[in-house]
Design a protein around this ligand. Structure first.
Ligand SMILES: CC(C)(COP(=O)(O)OP(=O)(O)OC[C@H]1O[C@@H](n2cnc3c(N)ncnc32)[C@H](O)[C@@H]1OP(=O)(O)O)[C@@H](O)C(=O)NCCC(=O)NCCS
Length: 157
């Protein structure tokens, strides 16, 4: 007989949906857990622009099971920027530490890609830190490959 184990989010009823204002407290806590910074104003401002399904171009999704938010993903469609045809950009993604390696990140990426497809684009891109091997492993596992772009920067005095 097998012993009972804590159920992973993937094993339970995991739901990926549009973020709502009442999710922001948990989103801020997950972001603070991952980045070490609590950016309350930033998240409220971002929700104002991306939350609640206001437009098909901008997506702010959360993964939930029970009444707990396990992670979030943010992205948008940019038209003709960087000289490329309209495509979806994922620029924020985090899963609560205790919910990782259970398929939550993959479910959220699938959901945002579905949203991009419904809005009419057929390519998704992202940008990540060169030394962020965890996020690189994740995106590579989801079929994403190096893109034909080079990021450039300089300090502004
Ligand atoms: C990257 C991240 C979103 C992955 O979420 P997750 O729910 O654990 O990912 P999944 O369970 O869906 O994993 C899918 C695949 O990604 C890869 N992967 C995920 N975590 C990995 C790890 N720690 N090491 C290696 N590969 C990993 C695996 O190939 C995995 O497939 P498998 O479980 O069949 O091997 C999560 O680790 C995270 O939030 N990390 C911090 C993100 C961050 O730095 N955010 C701030 C900047 S945006």
């Amino acid at each position: 007989m097998s012993t009972p184990q804590a159920q992973s989010p993937a094993a339970q009823e995991l739901r990926v949906r549009q973020a709502e204002a009442s999710d922001l407290g948990q989103v801020i806590a997950i972001d603070a857990e991952v980045t070490g910074l609590e950016k309350t104003d930033y998240w409220y401002e971002l929700f104002h622009r991306y939350g609640g399904g206001r437009t098909r171009q901008r997506l702010f999704l959360v993964a939930e099971y029970g009444d707990a938010i396990q992670g979030f993903i943010i992205g948008e469609i940019r038209d003709w920027e960087f000289g490329s045809a309209p495509c979806g950009w994922v620029y924020g993604l985090s899963v609560r530490n205790s919910a990782r390696l259970a398929g939550v990140g993959a479910r959220m990426l699938d959901a945002i890609c579905d949203g991009f497809r419904h809005a009419g684009v057929h390519k998704v891109r992202t940008l990540l830190g060169r030394d962020n091997s965890l996020v690189l492993s994740f995106f590579r596992s989801q079929g994403m490959m190096a893109a034909p772009f080079i990021p450039l920067e300089k300090d502004l005095d």
